[in-house]
Design a protein around this ligand. Structure first.
Ligand SMILES: C[S@@+](CC[C@H](N)C(=O)[O-])C[C@H]1O[C@@H](n2cnc3c(N)ncnc32)[C@H](O)[C@@H]1O
Length: 428
């Protein structure tokens, strides 16, 4: 069969005899391949690639030995330039589906390998007591035991083996769990979600590991989430966001790479209205630890709303020390979205919602007196749904920037600046 196009999930798409889509993972447009049809996928079926008969000129040798088994990466077989163009096209399609047919989409801002500073590693204990540590396999629940990872910062990869040795001896690790690693300015910050309760011996091992590996803090929690407990702390934890030091809670959200963070911040600042004064006010939703709040505060006064109690406490403490141009407010924006009249007086609004998007918040934004909205999205489908309402209520896309924060994955980060269409423009 011949692959006609590349789907949003990264699969090559061919057609069966009846013209229905046949999704073939690991293939590229234009390729002739031999594949065996298997299960169903949406309105078509899924096929397993047996052989590439005529490779695309865009096919490259995947650099990682764990590709394609490891589910962390899906697109290592795709050359860098067409891969970046594919991500850019996906943002254009997401906006077109919302009604913005000819939105100005910038070139993709790419992220180099070996820069990811955040990892959520799955852990399993084998029957012989040894430890499997890695990401879930592509399309399955099993965990791929990783010897290396080309997207992660080497400082995190260097912890794989010491972590296996630590976990092997921990009584609190029975069958499965996860390890969230955040690379902060003070070194790796570790949150272990284990299926047992650490006793005295475990705590001693954790403190020894922290000292030996230069990990200033280890926290624990149950695999189901819930409250975290500090299990070992040898020093302070800190990361500078927009130049302001913040002490993140264990497992806190960080943008995936420093380069991605820079690209997002630049696109957000470029999306603001040009005329801002020291008295201008900006509303920021889903502020987290302040990744965007502190850069925004260099242009205006910022009211930063965030739902997580821990995150807002860290943001508030950092903001107070930094001189008070950021006011941190705790608010669950899904249950209690900002109302249109609360947005009076803000020159612009920046939102950076979680993967589900901001469906509950959009009607008030569309109705408000706002003239500028900068939407940071990690989910093109949610962006399409949320942007549709803006299209229907007279907004236009001023600029859209795709950011490839998750190298070789099918994920897409984007910053889209919307502005209200001027009346004369709408009349014409
Ligand atoms: C994609 S992160 C962005 C964080 C921050 N802007 C940054 O760049 O680091 C989304 C943020 O939304 C917050 N969040 C999720 N659901 C929320 C809700 N219902 N109300 C308010 N904030 C929420 C999360 O806690 C998280 O901090």
């Amino acid at each position: 069969m011949t692959i006609e196009s590349l789907g949003a999930g990264g699969d090559g798409i061919a057609r069966d005899a009846e013209g229905r889509p046949l999704f073939v993972p690991g293939t590229l447009p234009g390729e002739a391949v031999r594949a065996t049809p298997g299960g169903r996928r949406g309105e078509g079926s899924l096929a397993t690639l047996d052989e590439v008969l005529a490779p695309s000129p865009d096919r490259v040798a995947p650099p990682c030995p764990h590709f394609p088994a490891c589910g962390g990466c899906a697109m290592q077989h795709f050359a860098a330039a067409p891969y970046a163009a594919w991500k850019r096209a996906r943002l254009g399609e997401a906006l077109a589906r919302a009604g913005f047919e000819d939105a100005p989409v910038a070139e993709t801002r790419v992220t180099p390998p070996a820069t990811r500073r955040r990892a959520d590693l799955a852990l399993r204990r084998r029957a012989d007591g040894s430890v499997v540590l890695g990401f879930h396999e592509a399309g399955g629940a099993a965990v791929v035991d990783l010897a290396t990872c080309l997207v992660l910062d080497p400082a995190l990869v260097a912890l794989f083996e010491p972590l296996r040795a630590l976990l092997r001896g921990l009584q609190a690790f029975r069958r499965e769990g996860s390890a969230v690693l955040n690379l902060l300015d003070t070194g790796p910050d570790l949150l272990l979600r284990l299926d047992g309760t650490p006793g005295t011996a475990d705590r001693a091992s954790l403190a020894a590991f922290a000292g030996a590996q230069g990990v200033p803090r280890i926290a624990g929690a149950s695999p189901k989430g819930g409250a975290t407990e500090t299990l070992a702390q040898l020093g302070p934890v800190s990361i500078a966001l927009g130049g302001v030091p913040v002490a993140p809670p264990p497992g806190a959200f960080l943008q995936a790479t420093p380069q991605g963070e820079t690209a997002i911040v630049e696109a957000v600042l470029n999306g603001l209205p040009k005329k801002l004064t020291a008295k201008t006010r900006i509303a920021e939703l889903h502020a987290g630890l302040g990744t965007l709040s502190f850069p925004l505060a260099t242009r205006a006064r910022v009211t930063a709303y965030e739902g997580s109690a821990d995150a807002v406490a860290a943001l508030d403490a950092a903001a107070r020390k930094a001189g008070g141009r950021v006011a941190a407010v705790r608010r669950d924006l899904a249950r209690q979205p900002l109302m249109a009249r609360e947005l009076d007086g803000f020159a612009a609004l920046v939102l950076d919602p979680p993967y589900a998007g901001a469906a509950d918040q959009m009607p008030a934004l569309a109705r408000s007196s706002l003239q500028r909205i900068v939407y940071v999205s990690c989910n093109p489908a949610a962006l399409t749904r949320d942007a549709r309402l803006l299209h229907a209520t007279g907004w236009r896309v001023a600029q859209a920037t795709p950011i490839d924060q998750f190298l070789w994955s099918t994920q897409l980060e984007a910053v889209v600046a919307f502005e209200r269409e001027r009346r004369e423009a709408r009349a014409s």
